[in-house]
Design a protein around this ligand. Structure first.
Ligand code: SAM
Length: 238
């Protein structure tokens, strides 16, 4: 994908970064270091009927850094789509690492599967074709799973982010990280509702409620990072 089309598929208007600055960041520090298999998966996903709606590559780069800093081995992903963030995670955890990846859309997952296989990381992935909440509840039914995950990435239905949070905060270990994508929702969180197109209003409200609740959550250290469509990084502290 060339730079221009990447800007076109970038999920939403970049209100806190000019296009020029974003282009500079992508060209200088992100694309040159993006793994070839990730690039290929990203390009192939442009043929998906929904286009590329994966994590943006600069978010991916930050996630890779977090995974390495944590020395993460056991992770959860809620919202797989064609697997950009999944492949990114698989490339940045050790050989014996494991990702529990949840998404009811198997067809999209299968579109990205050849790239995951090509990168020889399929053995690290347990794909579960399901809505996420029942899977997280099932994991929590076994107390042995509590506090065992190093990292979780949530990039799915925004109306459930707080529901995911209540479960994931019990599943990740103290010191572990849960990262939530799209928490600035195209910058709409900073706009009055009337200035936001109707289809975006419901999830804008979800993002507002989520951001408010997270900022009050004393179990966490947080950073709401203005990257991509907004990434909230939560570190469990108790
Ligand atoms: C933005 S895409 C995920 C992109 C992915 N992280 C990537 O980097 O390519 C959102 C995904 O969330 C999935 N999704 C929506 N509702 C869900 C739910 N309740 N449980 C799990 N996944 C869900 C959709 O099927 C879709 O594939």
């Amino acid at each position: 994908m060339d730079d221009k089309s990447m800007l076109e598929v970038y999920p939403n208007p970049i209100i806190l970064q000019s296009e020029g600055l974003l282009k500079y960041i992508l060209e200088t520090s992100v694309y040159p270091r993006e793994a070839e298999t990730l690039k290929e998966l990203r390009n192939a996903t442009t043929k998906h009927p929904l286009g590329f709606m994966g994590a943006s590559p600069d978010v991916g780069q930050l996630m890779a850094l977090l995974l390495k800093l944590l020395n993460a081995k056991k992770t959860i992903e809620v919202g797989v789509f064609t697997g950009y963030s999944l492949l990114l995670t698989a490339l940045n955890i050790p050989r014996d690492g494991k990702i529990t990846a949840i998404d009811p859309d198997r067809k999209s997952y299968e579109m990205g599967l050849p790239f995951i296989k090509k990168a020889s990381v399929l053995h690290k992935i347990e794909y579960i074709e399901s809505l996420a909440l029942p899977v997280l509840d099932k994991l929590l039914q076994d107390p042995a799973n509590e506090g065992t995950f190093d990292f979780a990435f949530v990039d799915a239905d925004k109306n459930n982010y707080l529901n995911y949070h209540e479960r994931l905060i019990k599943l990740v270990k103290i010191g572990g990280i849960v990262a939530y994508d799209n928490t600035l929702w195209g910058g709409t969180v900073a706009l009055p509702e009337m200035a936001v197109s109707k289809p975006k209003r419901d999830w804008r409200r979800c993002a507002l409620d989520f951001n408010k609740a997270i900022s009050k959550d004393s179990r966490l250290e947080i950073a709401l990072v203005s990257i991509g469509d907004g990434l909230t990084i939560c570190r469990r502290v108790c």
